[in-house]
Design a protein around this ligand. Structure first.
Ligand code: RIB
Length: 342
C-alpha cells in the first residue's frame, strides 16, 4: 500500500490541506476541537507520517545527529552512546551512528557520509593509531563544514572544535597516588594510544604522583598499550620482568586483559599484583575481584556535548565562550588493590 500523504488525510477528514497542516504542526490558530479530533483520527487510520525529507527541505532540518565512536566493542563507548542518544531524543533528535573501528581513515569517511545524509550536526570521538596525523585534515574539513561538530572524550590537536573532555592528568594522578598510598613503589603504567592526548595526560598524572612521592620516573615501567585487548600477555611479561607490585591500566578493557593474562599464569589479584583500571565501565564491578578504577562522569559529559551541539544547530548564542569543557574524574576503590609493606 502506497505511503499516505497529507492530501489523503485532508480528503478522509474532509478539510483543506492548509487546515490539516496547521493542526499537524500544532499551530496556535483557532481551529475547533472537533476539527482537530477528526484530522488526528484520519492520521491514525492512514498511519500518516510526514515525509521527513520533504519536511527537511522546508525547515532545512533533518533533526538527526551523527555520532562517531572509535570502538563499539569497548563498553565505555557503548555507555557514552547511550547517554548521547537519550539526550538527543529528549530534545527531539534522532541519531545515526558510525563505528570507525580504531581506523583513523574512517573518521573523515563517516563525517562525509553523515553530511550527505543531511545530519544537522556531528558528535565524534576520533579513532587514531600510531603514526596517524590526520588531525590537520579533519580540522580543515570541519572548519569548512556546513554543520557544527563537537568532539567528546578525544579531541583534535590544535582544533577549534568545541570539546568535552576529562581532566585526564588528574585521573592518572588519582590512580597512581592510590597505589602509592598503599605502599607500592614499583608501579607499571599500561598506557593507551601514544598519540592520544588523553593517554599522554594520564601518563603525566602518573609521573606527577611518583614525583610527589619522591620516586624517580622510570620509562622501563611503562608499556605502550592501545586501549584494546590483545597486548595483555606481552604487557604482563614486561611488568613481571621489572618486578612491579602494581599496574595502572589506562582503561578498564586493558585491565580485564591483564586479569586474564594473570589467571593464565596462576597469579592472584591483588595478592600477587594490585590492578587499577580507568573508565569505571559496568564490567568493573562484575569481575572478581571487583576492579579499582577511575570514573569518568560520562553521563554529564554526553549531555554537555549534546547541549553544545544543539545550541550551535539552533543558533543559540553561547554565554559560555569556552572551547573546551573539562570534567573531573573520581577514584572508585574496590578489591583489586591491596596494601603492601616493602
Ligand atoms: O576505554 C577507551 C578509552 O579511550 C577511554 O579511557 C576514553 O578516554 C577513550 O579515549
Amino acid at each position: 500500500m502506497a505511503r499516505a500523504t497529507i492530501k489523503d488525510v485532508a480528503k478522509l477528514a474532509g478539510y483543506s490541506i492548509t487546515t490539516v497542516s496547521l493542526v499537524l504542526n500544532h499551530r496556535e490558530v483557532s481551529i475547533p476541537k472537533e476539527t482537530r479530533a477528526r484530522i488526528w483520527d484520519a492520521v491514525k487510520q492512514l498511519d500518516y507520517r510526514p515525509n521527513q525529507l520533504a519536511v527537511g527541505m522546508i525547515t532545512k532540518r533533518s533533526r538527526i545527529l551523527g555520532l562517531l565512536i572509535p570502538d563499539n566493542s569497548n563498553v565505555f563507548f557503548g555507555d557514552m552512546s547511550r547517554y548521547i542518544e537519550r539526550a538527543a531524543r529528549h530534545n527531539g533528535y534522532n541519531l545515526i551512528y558510525g563505528n570507525t573501528d580504531n581506523n583513523p581513515n574512517r573518521n573523515l569517511e563517516y563525517m562525509r557520509m553523515f553530511i550527505d545524509r543531511q545530519v544537522d550536526g556531528i558528535i565524534f570521538s576520533k579513532s587514531t593509531a600510531p603514526g596517524d596525523n590526520s588531525d590537520e585534515e579533519l580540522n580543515a574539513y570541519i572548519s569548512k563544514s556546513s554543520v557544527p561538530f563537537v568532539s567528546i572524550d578525544r579531541r583534535l590537536n590544535n582544533g577549534s572544535v568545541k570539546s568535552v573532555i576529562l581532566n585526564n592528568r588528574r585521573g592518572g594522578y588519582l590512580a597512581t597516588n592510590h597505589l602509592l598510598q598503599m605502599g607500592h613503589k614499583r608501579i607499571g603504567a599500561y598506557t593507551g594510544l601514544i598519540n592520544l592526548a588523553d593517554s599522554e595526560e594520564r601518563l603525566e598524572g602518573y609521573r606527577a604522583a611518583l614525583e610527589e612521592a619522591g620516586i624517580a620516573y622510570d620509562p622501563a615501567f611503562v608499556y605502550q598499550g592501545d586501549y584494546q585487548l590483545g597486548r595483555e600477555r606481552e604487557a604482563l611479561a614486561h611488568f613481571l620482568d621489572r618486578r612491579v607490585t602494581a599496574i595502572f591500566c589506562f582503561n578498564d578493557l586493558m585491565a580485564v586483559g591483564i586479569y586474564k593474562a594473570m589467571r593464565e599464569r596462576g597469579l592472584m589479584i591483588p595478592e600477587d599484583l594490585s590492578i587499577v583500571g580507568f573508565d569505571n565501565t559496568p564490567f568493573g564491578s562484575l569481575i572478581i575481584p571487583e576492579l579499582t578504577t577511575v570514573a569518568q562522569p560520562i553521563k554529564d559529559m554526553s549531555e554537555c556535548a549534546v547541549g553544545l551541539l544543539l545550541s550551535a544547530i539552533e543558533g543559540k548564542e553561547m554565554k559560555d565562550s569556552r572551547n573546551t569543557y573539562i570534567f573531573e574524574p573520581q577514584l572508585v576503590v574496590r578489591d583489586s588493590t591491596q596494601r603492601i609493606s616493602v
